[in-house]
Design a protein around this ligand. Sequence first.
Ligand code: 5RP
Length: 236
Amino acid sequence: MSGTLSPIDKAKFVAAKRAVDYVEDGMKVGLGTGSTAAWMVKCLGERIRDDGLRITGVATSTRTAELAQKVGVPVVSLDEAKWLDLTIDGADEYDHNLNLIKGGGGALLMEKIVATASDELIVIADLSKQVEALGAFPLPVEVIPFGWQTTKALVEETLVNLDVLGRTSALRMNGATPYVTDEGNFILDLHLKRIGNPRQLALVMNQIPGVVENGLFIDICDVVVIGHGDGSVEVR
Ligand code: 5RP
């Protein structure tokens, strides 16, 4: 499956492949979203086909659900599965406490719901996602379309009150129109540079009317599997 891959794709592939080793027969597994998670879904499909692995998947986006169907991973809704043994997902940044920024692919809301409904969250990543402090990657915040400009102003005012370094936010676009999430919402990308207190920011953001969820995953991730371009893997 891996063929001739660029070092970055090789890193993503080996991380995904190693994480799939954690999946056991009969498990209910949350399926993340993004290019690294796509490798994981393909590796799961391979184990189902070649080893007879029996699992039930819950997808965190329509993209992932479509891929799962294509590669033979059975998918049910979260309400059918109720609780999951394990979720495997990518991340945009992880720090030394295994706190994360997620949502670069726009699926943060379903990703956070699914990860929170799991006994364990395993993040798969290449080393470029590792940071000293979260925040160089713009923090995605999912907002209701109604009154989004007012919500944006409230978000920016909150950043000033919290004394966060960067304070600008931008509506995520898809060409000339706003990017719309699977749940029908918009995304504000917050350019913060460095987040001094991610726990506080995560809590405060979700108090703002119009904000549905933010991309800070605090105390949710249990393990990070880091792939390298030479094919080696580290587990933290
Ligand atoms: C999607 C996500 C992704 O997991 C994150 O953006 C990482 O994606 P990739 O593996 O393509 O770098 O949070 O909402």
